[in-house]
Design a binder for this molecule. Sequence first.
Ligand SMILES: [Zn+2]
Length: 215
Amino acid sequence: MNEATVDVLNESIEAEQDSSSRETVRAFVNNVQNRVQERVGNIAGKEMQVVRGWLEEKLRLLDPTYEIYDTASKGAAAWFEPGTGRMVFDDRTMDRRADTGYWSRVRRHEEVHKNDQAHTFNRGAITFDGKVVPVHPVLIEWHAIRQSGQPDGDLTAGYRAHVRLGDELVAIAGRGAVTDALRTGDIAGLQETINGKDDSFLQESRILPASGHLL
Ligand SMILES: [Zn+2]
């Protein structure tokens, strides 16, 4: 591999990360390619392979219409904007040595939000086991994390706590019921299902012991 070209590519990526506020993946890779060409003149042969290898990997990793922005400055690796349908990823995804396994899980996570979840819910929280758990962010994040296969190592402490609460709800209501409710937005229906299960549990526990004493 041509070390000089790799350096020029890395510097061009860095320059684009620093200068652009927000642009599509397609625009980002085109601008980096132009920066490399400006630095070395017409690139050909092996030099072109280095740039092409990077560019093609990024276009496989993210959709060309997804956007690149310094989302880390807002404390996020990526986000989905329900109002506009836009998907926005941190500019570190464009680093030549970016962890493609990690970022493809982030992509799947955001695509769960975009494609597999309702964007309005008929109830804002679910009550089970004496806990009131908000749909946003706890249940929608549980869903995106579990469905994209993100291990604990990918997650902040706050997101790991969301996962634990979601798993507790699944232990009571079943995974299918919870994911159906998040897909359709019918959280009230899920609450009714849980209440039905809670009632039967309470009825059983109300049976008095033979001695008739309540502890
Ligand atoms: Zn999320």
